[in-house]
Design a protein around this ligand. Structure first.
Ligand SMILES: [Fe+2]
Length: 612
């Protein structure tokens, strides 16, 4: 047996992944265990989970891979500082302590974290380039024997984007675009400017885009970015402050957009919506051109994507519709957490030379690579928390009960099997609801997740029904919720468009309004029997009762908290929100049955999130 541990850490989204004899057996992000969102510390808990899952000790690991090359990154930091000195001193000084304490001494730090009953891990620690890790995470688990590989993110060591070719057990980078000319940082600059959090608010900016008109697109193309036909570009660095400041944009940038950035608590105005629409269009254009160029360079009809920008599922949808690629596969953990999985597979295939046989369905296992809990563990955790639950005798009974609650317009917490690897909940740690309900979108957003209500939820749909409900092109599936497609024309309803701004979301535009965005788009997840038999059965049952094979699927968490990991996390989140019914394995918990003492927590919790 050969066990390879992949680690990403010390930047954001620390994670661990374990590959045993070429198969990814476990992967998880540290934040789920520590409950600290985007936790960047050494992923002690994620490593422990991976090793426990495989029943091995740190001393038994054959190789450890780290997802980037810290010395090259350090060189970039120094060079950037010297090039902009003395302007960048504040950010330089802020970054230094962590480098001097941990990042420059990574083998030591990693070995320190890998100690078990049999002693400390003593073998090699391999460092792979950041974009090689992303590219490996995109290609090796993909269903393709050969493919073009595109990575797009903020920045690794120097590269911010690469084009490569995957073939058999190798992935080779052919071309790169370097810092500071980065699509990820450009998008993040606009995320910052529109008042969202960099490295997590990018989704919000993308969700806001359909409300606006791209009236700044020409300005961005003229002043900020010199975009070439092959998707490469140069940013006009007069307008950006990210290489040397703690903020992303400065005075000149603000002048261009008619005033300073939105402060996070200020209301969203038409300007932010138009800016969002504009930068989204530019981003899609870069993604499309890069994809087309990747096809020219590699001659492949298959495309693999990873890096944070690959989470831009609107852009992915356009690549699928408008580029000549026949099939695309996006690594579900496209951000830096996925680098852990990438470096482990890179070590197995590329460094150790082991052959690879692509599985026709991919080798990501539905991305259900995290912890699962036995019925005994579930019941003892719930009992310890004073939860009141009933136990169902079979999966059939579970599916029927869940369908009862969903058709009864209750919000359902759905905790089943292994936790997902990647930022999306795919049916392991999900909140489900009736997508036909016009009220469900705001119900779940405001009362359950305590967040801005301007984004619709993602739909899950039976894979063999998807084309009756969504225009997913080229006979493609979307098992990882990473492709946006329009709601099918026959499901739309005529709209009396009097609404403006965020009120547009309240207008019913289709027979599944809770998952239909204001431009009729939807972030689709297709569900098949092989990847998730239980969720497949639930959608089948729901369709038998209602004629609709679609449900809302949103992640099981409340605003600003990581997705739940354990049954205990699920119970606490259930009690602190307005989820009506919780299914943990075959245990059913109705909110009205729970002890009053626990219910009191709801008010305290709500007060924290919703000031009156
Ligand atoms: Fe990255």
């Amino acid at each position: 047996m050969t066990a390879i541990l992949g680690i990403s850490a010390f930047y954001h989204d620390s994670a661990a992944a374990l590959v045993v004899d070429g198969r990814v057996v476990a992967a998880a992000q540290e934040e789920r265990f520590t409950r600290v969102k985007h936790d960047h510390e050494f992923p002690k808990n994620a490593v422990e989970f991976c090793l426990r899952h495989a029943g091995i000790d740190p001393a038994d690991i054959d190789a450890v891979g780290f997802y980037d090359k810290p010395l090259l990154k350090f060189e970039r930091l120094l060079e950037t500082y010297l090039a902009t000195a003395p302007r960048g001193f504040a950010s330089f000084a802020q970054a230094m302590p962590l480098w001097l304490k941990q990042k420059l001494f990574l083998p030591r730090e990693i070995r320190k974290g890998l100690t078990g009953p049999k002693g400390r891990y003593k073998r090699r620690v391999v460092f792979v380039e950041h974009h090689e890790s992303h590219a490996a995470s995109a290609f090796f688990p993909s269903p393709f024997d050969e493919a073009a590989v595109v990575t797009l993110d903020g920045v690794g060591e120097w590269a911010a984007a690469t084009i490569g070719k995957g073939e058999g057990n190798r992935v080779t980078l052919l071309k790169e675009q370097r810092f500071p000319h980065s699509l990820g940082l450009l998008y993040s600059a606009f995320t910052y400017f529109t008042g969202f959090r960099v490295n997590s608010g990018e989704y919000k900016l993308m969700g806001l885009a359909p409300y606006g008109e791209p009236r700044y697109e020409a300005l961005i193309r003229e002043k900020l970015i010199d975009l070439r036909e092959d998707g490469s570009f140069r940013l006009n660095m007069d307008y950006f402050t990210f290489p040397h400041a703690l903020r992303m944009t400065g005075r000149k940038f603000a002048e261009l957009f008619g005033g300073p950035e939105r402060s996070p608590e200020a209301p969203l105005t038409q300007r932010e919506m138009d800016i969002a629409a504009s930068i989204q269009r530019v981003t899609e254009e870069v993604m499309l051109r890069t994809a087309r160029h990747a096809l020219e360079l590699t001659g492949s009809k298959n495309l693999c994507l990873a890096g944070g920008v690959a989470l831009n599922c609107v852009g992915n949808g356009r690549i699928l519709r408008e580029s000549p690629f026949e099939r695309i596969w996006v690594q579900p953990a496209a951000g830096d957490a996925g680098g852990a999985l990438g470096v482990a597979l890179f070590t197995w295939h590329q460094l150790l030379g082991n052959p690879r046989t692509a599985s026709p369905h991919d080798s990501q296992e539905g991305s259900r690579l995290g912890p699962a809990f036995t019925p005994e563990e579930v019941e003892s955790e719930l009992t310890a928390l004073g939860a009141r639950f009933t136990r169902l005798e079979s999966d059939e009974a579970l599916v029927r009960a869940a369908a009862d609650h969903l058709t009864g317009q209750r919000v359902v917490g759905w905790f089943q099997g292994r936790m997902e690897f990647g930022p999306r909940a795919l049916g392991g740690r999900s909140i489900l609801g009736d997508a036909r309900s016009p009220k469900m979108q705001s119900e779940i957003n405001l009362k359950t997740k305590f967040r801005e209500g301007f984004r619709p939820f993602a739909p899950i749909v039976l894979e063999h029904r998807v084309r009756e409900w969504f225009d997913l092109p080229k006979q493609h599936d979307s098992p990882y919720m990473l492709i946006v497609a329009p709601v099918a024309a026959q499901r739309r309803v005529p709209v009396d468009e009097g609404a403006s701004g965020l009120d547009k979301l309240r207008v019913v535009r289709s027979s599944i309004p809770a998952v239909t965005h204001v431009d009729h788009s939807a972030r689709v997840q297709t569900v098949d029997q092989r990847r998730d038999p239980l969720l497949f059965a639930l959608l089948t049952e729901f369709e038998a009762r209602t004629g609709c094979p679609v449900l809302i699927n949103t992640s099981f968490n409340v605003r600003s908290e990581p997705i739940v990991c354990t049954p205990g996390d699920a119970y606490r989140c259930f009690m602190a929100s307005r989820i009506d019914t919780l299914f943990v394995g075959r245990c059913v918990l109705r909110k009205e049955d729970q002890p009053d003492a626990a219910k009191l927590d709801i008010d305290a919790h709500l007060a924290k999130f919703i000031p009156d």
